[in-house]
Design a protein around this ligand. Sequence first.
Ligand SMILES: [Zn+2]
Length: 412
Amino acid sequence: MPKIYFIDVTNRDGVQTAKLGLSKLEKTLINVYLNEMGIFQSEFGFPTTKHESLYLQANLELAEMGVLQPIRLEGWIRAIVSDVQTAFKLVPNIRHFNLSISTSAQMINGKFQGRKQKEHIINDMVEAVDAARALGAETIGVNAEDASRTELDFLIKFGLAAKEHGADRLRYCDTLGYDNPFTIYEAIRALAENISLPIEQHCHGDLGMAVANSIAGAKGAIDGGQDAYINTTLNGIGERAGNADLVATILAITKSKGFADKYQLGSSINLSKAWEIAKFASYAFGVPIPINQPGVGANAFAHASGIHADGVLKDPGNYELYGYEELGRGEPQFVETGREIIAGQYSGISGFSHVMGKMEVLFHSREEANEVLELVRYANVESQKPLVEDELLFVAKYPQIAKKLLTLAPLE
Ligand SMILES: [Zn+2]
């Protein structure tokens, strides 16, 4: 039986969202958390964007060191040969790609303004796949941008050409959030049956259906005999109304009525990381978690009305579908209400040693402490907010990697 896997695209779709962004250290921490959670793949950034180069290289180093294992780190580029070449020039050890090109008549006409026709789209894509393979790509996903507004016949032709050139997956992008669960099920099932490649579901929430469409699409892929790869983001943050939220999608697959009887995850997910990763993403993006967010919202396990409170106290199963402990919630949170020493961009060694000492980090020498402090100052310059404990611990544990992440001098 084919299975469901997750490709989290927070570090690509999430960071390209208007008004939002992440520091390179924050992006790295997200990869670390996704790995701890058991997520199959992180779309970790843009290999043709120069300011991403050192971040991408540093994360691939972490993979080699075993820190970012077994998660797969994949870069997003346009499906054109020049992007493939630039990616390998800037990030020579990158091995996993998603190559993206528009497939709908709306976008082919609207974006290329008559310079490209359908056959050019397929040609560009297969040339890019060939180039990526020749330069050392191990896995390649091919993205059909605006797939939900593309005629099915052309999508099948596009997918078959990708498969013929050795692509590993086809990404069905509901770029505008136009699909509903019924239409995406039919489309993806037809693609799976006719192309025989694993299908990715990339869904947006413009009509409030990103999670519903993702699981309907996954059902379509599996009923069509293929593995499903759902694209998610943390807290659903992505272009416009956002993407399918990772935690909500996991809950929908594993907890919704009867779904998991037939449609199962390909690897075990550590759901108890959900609370931590959602909180971190909220802090890093500077976007509060909505009070009614599934699983991780402040009200997800709150009960006030008499009948509900009485019912849940007698048996939580009366008014809760799943327990808060499963999501890693329930620990009391401590907020400093008295004197507070914070490590920032102008910190000195005394305050910094105090902060690190509270986390039981001991430095072997004053030089070592000074070196880490200097990195923490730079990290704070980049993020402009106090680093969380895990960021401070990361910098202390991997100073050479941190140095790379924090090097943002414009490259030639
Ligand atoms: Zn998107």
